[in-house]
Design a protein around this ligand. Structure first.
Ligand code: SAM
Length: 284
């Protein structure tokens, strides 16, 4: 039998679980001041952004993550005008935010300018809104940015890497308190909060911190096939609006492939093993 020469990229999702993708070509590789960055072209998922050997996003499945981290919050707010994205250097979250007609300004605060540059060059489908006139790019640590901008934003989205390295502080109660301060009186915050299979200590801690700071806190789910375990959590903290009270029939028609008015409702329906993670947090 003819053996085809093949190259594979492997990520250790945990010490004991790996995901491997057959690679057509390495498009770009560099060591930035913050992390090792690679863009690779894979057979199954198309182009993929990898930071420190961890898959960040792929052209094939990015829409799930970017739509869910954005539209649930923006369609919960009555009229979001000013949004902040922390992290999200690939630009996918910004691309989804500018689909909302009320949006006047998006501040995109990414610590590593090299991620933005690589996304502009090699991931145009994802980064295409980074030059939108409403978007201002700030290369800075998101932690500092929220400390220095009080009472400023309607929406804050934390589209971060995993809780190690420069993103570690983006998963702390002190940071969530600063986010509360950077939001206006009816502001909403949402963050990606990892896998309910593999992060069973982290999620309860984050949920307890967020629900101790925000009057409304909700956890919701999406399915991102390249992330560990597939099923992914997002956690929302809101000063006023409750995503469960949204009249989903009034959500404007949007150009989306995963998020829909029905998903806005069903993403909050949690399987018991996920519900368990956030139950009775106040009683502990
Ligand atoms: N969707 C992705 C995931 O869950 O794997 C996250 C994608 S996005 C590329 C994550 C970005 O967060 C990276 O570009 C990283 O440089 C940025 N980041 C990490 N820590 C940060 C911080 N403290 N302030 C701003 N950006 C940060």
């Amino acid at each position: 039998m003819e053996q085809k020469f093949s190259l594979w990229f492997t990520e250790y999702q945990t010490a004991d679980v790996k995901i491997s993708c057959r690679v057509n070509k390495t498009i770009h590789q560099e060591k930035t001041p913050f992390q090792n960055l690679a863009v690779i072209d894979t057979v199954q998922y198309g182009r993929m952004l990898v930071l420190d050997n961890v898959i960040q996003t792929t052209v094939m499945d990015e829409f799930v993550y970017h739509e869910m981290i954005t539209h649930v919050a923006l369609n919960t707010h009555a009229a979001p005008r000013k949004a902040l994205v922390i992290g999200g250097g690939d630009g996918g979250t910004v691309r989804e935010i500018v689909k909302h007609r009320t949006i006047e300004k998006v501040v995109h605060c990414e610590i590593d300018g090299a991620v933005i540059e690589a996304a502009r060059k090699y991931l145009p489908e994802i980064s295409c809104a980074l030059s939108h006139p409403a978007v201002e790019i700030v290369i800075d640590d998101g932690i500092k940015h929220v400390q220095n901008n009080k009472n400023t934003y309607d929406i804050i989205i934390v589209d971060s890497t995993d809780p190690v390295g420069p993103a570690e502080g983006l998963f702390s109660a002190a940071f969530y308190r600063d986010i509360f301060g950077a939001l206006k009186d009816d502001g909403i915050f949402v963050a990606q909060t990892e896998s309910p299979f593999f992060n069973r200590d982290l999620i309860p801690r984050l949920y307890r911190d967020i629900s101790g700071i925000f009057p409304v806190s909700r956890l919701f789910l999406g399915n991102v096939s390249t992330y560990p375990g597939g099923l992914w959590t997002f956690t929302m903290g809101s000063k006023k609006y409750d995503p469960l009270e949204v009249d989903v029939s009034s959500i404007p028609k949007m150009d989306t492939r995963y998020y829909s008015p029905a998903i806005h409702r069903t993403c909050f329906v949690l399987p018991p093993f996920v519900e368990e993670l956030i139950k009775n947090r106040d009683e502990e």
